[in-house]
Design a protein around this ligand. Structure first.
Ligand code: SDX
Length: 436
């Protein structure tokens, strides 16, 4: 991984001892202190529990400027991708580093189609989950199970033939998400078609039925491409870090992605899009929006404004800017008057005028308006985070591919032990209950 070591170093002085640590510099001028030799040269380690001050890797995939609200995939601003590209173009871009040529896109699209059928034996899994199983639990299980159905996926072959494994997961998860929904409403499964684009196929599998033909709306397809593009990657977020950590132990790609799905399901992460709608509905039903804002500011409870705030963005999440705009357009197009959109806009207006949120740089993030769009499309709330996982797959795969290499070391951080000192007395245990 080529990086520039600037001619400056960081001098760390502890007592009378000093050590010079190299400074590394990223493409956009961001600098980091390389502490790779810190422990060997000082016996010391650093501590940063949520890693908010720690760069875990060098990466060429996504660039975020949290202060300026910039997000670029492989150097291309998301605003350009959203205006021109389709989700599968962006998936290809993230995994391969460049947008596809005509032939590359045709090959990738054919592989997505060829791999869109889930192994038929896996259908039986759906019958074994409780009816109210959360889609993210089902997805994490199903993707992990793919390691058993496609066992000949070792690291070297995957990295060399990443398209095959990648398109299998990217395409299969789309089928699985639709199957989860169909099973939850007791309708027959609708299989993928080879004559539909990635997003149109998904919508058809979700909403078509033998007795209620589904007319695919081009505007809904356009919007779904935009939503999937906006969710496709976001550098070292919690779930991507989980993928990099699990993958560093040379776990197969399917099980590694399964871990990413589990991490994303948390309400502080991808689960927030479902939590936002639940919050907006509670505010709408209660009627006292100011009460919820006061609760969010109070330290006497754990309530937070879901969809607000971000570890990286200290300004408006550029994805939320686009999603909010598309929200207004799509609901007007569909002639939907969703009171939750009015609540969301009012909540944003109050928060962005309140010193508590301003001082902490708390703005709407990607999850604040996305649920309103999914609702307008007819996606059920408990599927919102599954939609996020479906879209995030290319990003997870790209980071896994970037991390897996001959010189990849297993992730194994140190700690600062603050437990009891050595217990030098004889240990005392109660008389054993069973003799053997
Ligand atoms: C995603 O990392 C990524 O890139 C993730 C993601 C991606 O694409 O992968 O962007 C997707 O996960 C978006 C975030 C979705 N989560 C939510 O919307 C949940 C609500 N947001 C928060 O819980 C919070 O803002 C986080 C988790 C997103 C970020 O938390 P941090 O960076 O750890 O900040 P913090 O908890 O230390 O909060 C700093 C201060 C605290 O107040 P003080 O102690 O300084 O007085 O801000 C307050 C917090 O109480 N605060 C909030 C708040 N978020 C932070 N107060 C009220 N409401 C909120 N939402």
């Amino acid at each position: 991984m080529a990086t520039k070591v600037v001619d400056k170093t960081a001098r760390l002085t502890i007592g009378r001892k000093s050590v010079d640590l190299p400074l590394v510099c990223g493409t956009e001028g961001e600098q980091a202190i390389d502490i790779g030799k810190l422990r060997a040269s000082t016996g010391l380690v650093t501590i940063d529990p949520s890693l908010g001050n720690t760069a875990s890797c060098f990466s060429k995939i996504t660039y975020i400027d949290g202060e300026k609200g910039i997000l670029r995939y492989r150097g291309i601003p998301i605003e350009k991708l959203v205006a021109k590209a389709r989700f599968i173009d962006v998936a290809y871009l993230l995994i391969h580093g460049e947008l596809p040529t005509y032939d590359e896109r045709r090959n990738f699209s054919q592989l997505l189609n060829f791999n869109s059928l889930m192994h038929e034996d896996m259908r039986h899994f759906f019958d074994l989950f409780p009816r109210n199983a959360h889609p993210m639990n089902i997805l994490s299980t199903m993707i992990n199970a793919m390691a058993s159905f496609y066992p000949n996926v070792d690291l070297v072959s995957v990295v060399e033939d990443i398209d095959s494994a990648a398109t299998r997961i990217i395409s299969c998860i789309r089928t699985m998400v639709a199957f989860v929904y169909k099973k939850s409403i007791g309708e027959p499964l609708v299989y993928p078609r080879q004559d539909l684009s990635y997003c149109a196929n998904f919508l058809n599998m979700m909403f078509n039925s033998p007795v209620r033909p589904y007319e695919i709306c081009p505007e809904t397809v356009r919007l779904l491409n935009i939503l999937f593009i906006l969710h496709a990657d976001h550098e070292q977020n919690c779930s991507t870090t989980a993928v990099r950590v699990i993958g560093s132990a040379q776990v197969n790609l399917y099980s590694t992605i399964s871990a990413g799905i589990s991490a994303l399901s948390g309400p502080l992460h991808g689960g927030a899009n479902q939590a936002v709608i639940e919050m907006l509905r509670a505010i709408h039903e209660d009627g006292d929006i100011e009460k919820f804002v006061r609760m969010a500011k109070s330290k006497d409870n754990n309530f937070r404004l879901m969809g607000f705030g971000h570890r990286a963005y200290k300004t408006y999440d550029p994805r939320a800017v686009i999603i909010r705009r598309e929200c207004e357009k799509y609901l007007a197009f569909r002639k939907i008057d969703d009171p939750l959109l009015d609540v969301a806009k009012r909540l944003e207006e109050i928060a962005l005028g309140d010193s508590y949120f301003i001082e902490r740089h708390l703005y709407p993030n990607v999850d604040f308006y996305s649920g309103i769009l999914y609702r307008a499309m007819g996606i059920p709330e408990n599927m919102f985070t599954a939609m996020f996982a479906l879209a995030r797959l290319p990003g997870w795969i790209a980071h896994w591919k970037e991390m897996i290499g001959r010189d990849t070391k297993i992730v194994r951080p140190r700690q600062v032990y603050v437990g009891k000192p050595e217990n030098k007395s004889e240990i005392k245990l109660p008389k054993a209950i069973f003799t053997i």
